[in-house]
Design a protein around this ligand. Sequence first.
Ligand code: ROI
Length: 166
Amino acid sequence: MTTAFIALGSNLGDSRALLASALESIKQLDDTRLEKISPTYRSAPVGPGGQPDYLNLVAQLETGLSAGALLAALQQIETDHGRERREHWGARTLDLDILLYGNQQIESAELTVPHPHMAERNFVLYPLTDLAPDLLLPCGTPLGSWREACSDAGLEALGDIIEPGR
Ligand code: ROI
C-alpha cells in the first residue's frame, strides 16, 4: 500500500456537494482507503480572471493502485461529476490532482508527481500541511519550508465543512 495525497477543487455548480460526492467516490475505489480529509478553504482563482472562487481541500489515501491506475480512476470521477476539458486553467466543476504518491518522483506523458505547481499554490500547501505537518517531500525538502515561503493571500479557512457523502 502507498500513501497518496489528492488535491480536490471546484468552482462551478454546487461545489460543496460535488466535493462531498467526489470524496464518496474516492472512498469506493478498489483497494483504496480514504484515511483523512483536510479542512476546506475558499481560494481566489489562479488562472484566467472572471471565474468564481474555488473550494479546495486535500485527501490522504492508502492505496494498492498504481499511480497510473489511480490517475485513471480520478479522471473517471471528474468525468462522472460533469468535468469537461475546456479552457486551460479555466473554471471547473471538479478537479482531482495527485499531489504525492508515496515517496515517488514520476515524470510520464500523463503524470508528473510531485504535482509541478504545488510549491506555489497556497490552496494546496495549506490543507496538505493541516494533514501532514511534518511531511518530507521526495526531494528531501520539508513541506513546512514550502508553506512558509507561500503567502496566504486570497485564502480563507472554512474548517471541516465537507465530508464524504452524496
Ligand atoms: N485556483 C484555485 N484557487 N483553486 C484551484 O483548485 C485551481 N485549480 C486550477 C486552476 C485553474 C489552475 N486554478 C485554481 O486548476
